[in-house]
Ligand binder design. Structure first.
Ligand SMILES: [Zn+2]
Length: 77
């Protein structure tokens, strides 16, 4: 059972910022649109870069206090 270490919230964390996930999805519409139209998928590499950056930037936070959700405890802690 996961709990917030900062407050007494019990439940699932929230991913934030959520708009980065939508941006990572929306940016793929451009190269996929070119691909389905039979053209070379422009912006394919930037789309991969933006998606990778968004996945690294998005982290779980507590929906009640807004602080970072506890990640897996480092060894020795
Ligand atoms: Zn909390």
């Amino acid at each position: 059972m996961k709990d917030c270490p900062h407050c007494e919230y019990r439940g699932r964390p929230r991913l934030q910022p959520a708009w980065l996930l939508w941006l990572a999805l929306l940016v793929w519409l451009v190269p996929l649109g070119f691909l389905t139209a039979g053209f070379w998928p422009f912006l394919l590499l930037p789309s991969i870069a933006i998606s990778a950056w968004a996945l690294m930037a998005v982290r779980p936070v507590c929906p009640q206090c807004g602080r970072r959700w506890k990640v897996s405890a480092p060894p020795g802690a």
